[in-house]
Design a protein around this ligand. Structure first.
Ligand SMILES: [Zn+2]
Length: 260
């Protein structure tokens, strides 16, 4: 049994853009087409918590399972994503950055409580969204502990999982997450997850522009060439960023990816 987890960021509707990076923003219509298609193929969704329970031998997963995760805590996660998920009786895990809560374009505490009411899981995405790998051991622990504690206090529900900000991960992050009481770290390494997958480095595939329904569905279906394409796209981005520098990379990106 292999499970694919998808990562979403911001959503736009009717030409209205949120605060998220345009390259990672897809439209409500694109999201709806994806959910409808995945539903038609017979997929069911599970939260991070349910996936981890299965990994630990507690409970089973539907024969065709996909995990939907949402990073950064945008308002569109409630206004667009959650209502679409509900339409198909899907669930999702929403990773929020503590310091962004209540900022313009980002979810408020009230909206986070609504997400929980709608059956969604809330996870941590750090306090400040700084890459955990760039921090000292003490700073890293503060990000992990404080985000978990405040989310739990404000929402009245345990926080089990964290998505590494920017996908930056290493062994020290895994160890600190374990030590501070998390039982899942979701990263941005491309691939599928099985029982044996390290729960402190769970793989996810980022859904980004240009959106292709066929390509995303191919990944949900575990079609290897689709992963290869996604992995190399990511590799290419990393190499370009490093060799061009961020300024020239951004300029190139704007030319290569329309509407970005
Ligand atoms: Zn993020």
């Amino acid at each position: 049994m292999r499970v694919v987890a998808l990562t979403f960021h911001d959503f736009s509707a009717n030409g209205h853009e949120g605060p998220g990076d345009a390259v990672y923003t897809i439209t409500a219509a694109e999201m709806e087409s994806l959910l409808a298609h995945v539903h038609k193929l017979g997929y069911r969704t599970v939260s991070s918590k349910a996936f981890r329970a299965w990994q630990q031998g507690n409970g089973s997963l539907p024969e065709r399972t996909v995990v939907f995760t949402f990073d950064d805590g945008y308002t569109s996660h409630l206004e667009i994503a959650a209502s679409l998920l509900n339409r198909y009786r899907f669930t999702g895990t929403f990773f929020v950055t503590l310091n962004h809560i209540g900022q313009p374009g980002f979810l408020t505490w009230e909206q986070l409580r609504k997400l929980i009411f709608l059956g969604m899981e809330i996870g941590s995405h750090g306090v400040t969204h700084r890459p955990l790998t760039s921090l000292s051991r003490q700073e890293m622990e503060e990000e992990l502990v404080q985000s978990k504690r405040v989310l739990e206090q404000q929402l009245g529900t345990p926080v089990h999982s964290i998505a590494a900000p920017g996908g930056f991960w290493n062994g020290a992050v895994a160890e600190a997450a374990r030590r501070t009481g998390y039982d899942a770290v979701w990263v941005s390494n491309i691939g599928t997850n099985g029982k044996e997958t390290n729960p402190f480095a769970l793989r996810r595939v980022v859904v980004r522009k240009p959106f292709s329904l066929e390509r995303v569905v191919a990944m949900v279906e575990g079609w290897q060439p689709a992963f290869w394409w996604a992995a190399n796209q990511q590799l290419l981005i990393r190499v370009l960023k490093r060799t061009l520098g961020v300024y020239w990379y951004e300029r190139l990106k704007r030319r290569l990816v329309p509407n970005a």
